[in-house]
Design a protein around this ligand. Structure first.
Ligand SMILES: [Zn+2]
Ligand SMILES: [Zn+2]
Length: 134
């Protein structure tokens, strides 16, 4: 009695009967039926996870569209913080009343009173540098 001839699969190294081998179009060689089954499983899983990924992205964009108010509030908060920071970044200006400030020239450090409403004087009376930040 001679048993069925077993052939070693070149891909996975497992032994199968020679009639269980097929020429796989993806591997481009003779592989056992197990290899073919595994490949099909992998392809199926890959397709499924791809679909999952797509629907996840669709869901996320949906959520963003549904909550514009939250984004606006966040933007306003950032803008408020930014403005507050800008104000504190003006140490050379000291308010006298609602239209005059004590201004220190950024170039020559000369201190003078500047009217923010009439914008007078237009330039530093000492060195002629432009007044900025007020
Ligand atoms: Zn195999
Ligand atoms: Zn000056």
């Amino acid at each position: 009695m001679i048993g069925p001839v077993k052939v070693k699969c070149k891909r996975c190294g497992r032994e199968f009967k020679s009639d269980e081998f097929t020429l796989d179009p993806v591997y481009k060689m003779m592989v056992c039926r197990e290899c073919v089954r595994e490949r099909r499983n992998e392809e199926f899983k890959a397709k499924k996870s791809q679909q999952k990924e797509v629907s996840k992205i669709a869901q996320e964009t949906q959520i963003k569209k549904e909550k514009p108010a939250g984004w606006d509030a966040e933007d306003a908060e950032i803008e408020r913080a930014y403005k507050a920071k800008q104000q504190t970044a003006l140490p050379d200006v000291e308010r006298i009343d609602n239209q005059r400030v004590k201004y220190k020239c950024k170039k020559c450090k000369y201190e003078f009173v500047f009217n923010v409403l009439t914008r007078v004087p237009g330039r530093c009376p000492y060195c002629g540098a432009e007044i900025s930040g007020v």
